[in-house]
Design a protein around this ligand. Structure first.
Ligand code: FDA
Length: 395
């Protein structure tokens, strides 16, 4: 059966639904195809079920891309306040957490329901459990033929909104990269981002007793550094600061971790040495840090020494063990648990204003499938909304 639409969008996730609603509102006949049984599965999982749907302070600097300027235009045309206005229009209550992150007070399902309501009112047709078997460019007209098991659809615009490859259990596939390959569009090598680190066996043994401990830490890798909570787990290192660093980490590179980033332990120890010289090193450190963590970083003999028995250099060495911990992760937990994919369809061949391919007119890519990856904190959804909105005005 041959059917005609103006726009076919592959992927009913955050960006696909947003783009569909925008294009539908302009009177375009829109069909969204998704291989999964239901839409927006990652939206439902996001933000611990509360969806960190945007961030009050968004700029292109919060994104990783081979083309760092690419995200600027879309982010400035559809801003966090535009999405917040939509959320308010639907009466969804939300709250602000640290670093300007906005979360639903109720559930992530409200954001998905809002997007579906927008699609319904715009007359968008949604099809689930529908896999695309082939895509052909129509030579005669400016358009595409998209074949599924039951249909052959013709559309003048084709939007790839299939997301990254993280979390295959939530329906992620490399379909978007394959479509790019079909049309000769390069893909920047994908890798897992916002993902916990695993440890080499020797570090794992030493750190195993720390599982469950969470401390504020400054983590540096390459030229990137973040200060947030670090969580020791049974598998390795996690928590917001580790997820942030993971998106910048290169395999084999070390992490430098400051476990007491808001203070100066050397000064603190010296002051204590002068005022209360009989105190033990351990009792000073455990005033500020969890005992198990202190025990894992320093040897028992040193910890049990009175401060007066330690030289100035000795105190500096103690402080360094906490302030400058160098560790080389064994790897990451990979796509199974990664929240995002760093890399993706190379955006250098796309218009930053419309998300349309320069070489394949009528072909668009939006959201995480592109080589634009946000930090942790609502930036990835904002990119999904902004890039989808930009394409939605022109498809
Ligand atoms: P998205 O992944 O949303 O949608 C892609 C769609 O394409 C899916 O419906 C999928 O089924 C479909 N698809 C894939 N392959 C297909 C194929 N071959 N054929 C047809 N359909 C196909 N971000 C944020 O800003 N704040 C947050 O709180 C969180 N939290 C979070 C938690 C967890 C657990 C994860 C995994 C991710 C997050 N994220 C996040 C990231 C955020 O979810 C992500 O960046 C956006 O959903 C990306 O939107 P897209 O529309 O690009 O892809």
């Amino acid at each position: 059966m041959k059917i005609e639409y103006d726009v076919v969008i592959i992927g009913a996730g955050a960006s696909g639904l947003m783009c569909a609603a925008q294009a539908g509102k302009r009177g375009r006949r829109v069909k969204v195809l998704d291989h999964g049984p239901k839409p927006g599965r990652k939206i439902l999982m996001s933000g611990g079920g509360r969806c960190n749907f945007t961030n009050r302070r968004v700029s292109a600097q919060n994104y990783i891309s081979s083309n760092p300027h690419f995200a600027k235009s879309a982010l400035s045309r559809y801003r966090p306040q535009d999405f917040i206005a939509l959320v308010r229009q639907y009466g969804i209550s939300f709250s602000e957490r640290e670093h300007g992150q906005l979360f639903c007070t109720g559930s992530a399902g409200q954001i998905l329901e809002m997007l579906l309501a927008e699609c319904r009112s715009a007359g968008v047709c949604l099809a689930f459990k529908t896999s695309v078997s082939s895509i052909e460019r129509q030579a005669s007209v400016r358009g595409f033929r998209i074949c599924t098991a039951g249909e052959s659809i013709e559309a003048s615009s084709l939007v790839i909104a299939t997301g990254g490859v993280s979390m295959p259990a939530a329906g992620a596939t490399s379909f978007g990269y394959k479509v790019a390959g079909q049309f000769g569009i390069p893909v920047v090598r994908p890798r897992p981002g916002l993902v916990p680190f695993t440890l080499h066996p020797e570090d794992k043994t030493v750190l195993a007793p720390l599982a469950g401990i969470s401390v504020k830490a400054l983590v540096c890798t390459g030229s990137a550094s973040f200060k947030e909570q670090l969580l020791f787990t049974h598998r390795g290192l996690s928590g917001p600061v580790i997820l942030q660093a993971s998106s910048f980490w290169q395999p084999g590179a070390p992490l430098t971790i400051d476990l007491f980033p808001d203070g100066n332990l050397e000064d603190l120890l010296e002051t204590e040495q002068q005022t209360r010289p009989k105190r033990h090193v351990k009792s000073v450190l455990t005033e500020h840090l969890p005992t198990r963590l202190v025990q894992a970083r320093l040897n028992e003999k040193l910890l049990d020494s009175p401060l007066h028995a330690i030289s100035r250099q000795g105190l500096k060495n103690v402080a360094d063990e906490i302030h400058t911990w160098n560790i080389q992760p064994g790897g990451t937990e990979g796509y199974r648990t990664a929240e995002v994919t760093v890399g993706g369809i190379d955006c250098r061949g796309f218009s930053s204003k419309t998300m349309e391919s320069r070489d394949v007119p009528g072909l668009y890519a939006i959201g995480e499938v592109l080589d634009v990856t946000g930090w942790l904190g609502g930036y990835n959804f904002q990119w999904a909304w902004s890039s989808a909105w930009a394409a939605g005005q022109v498809v």
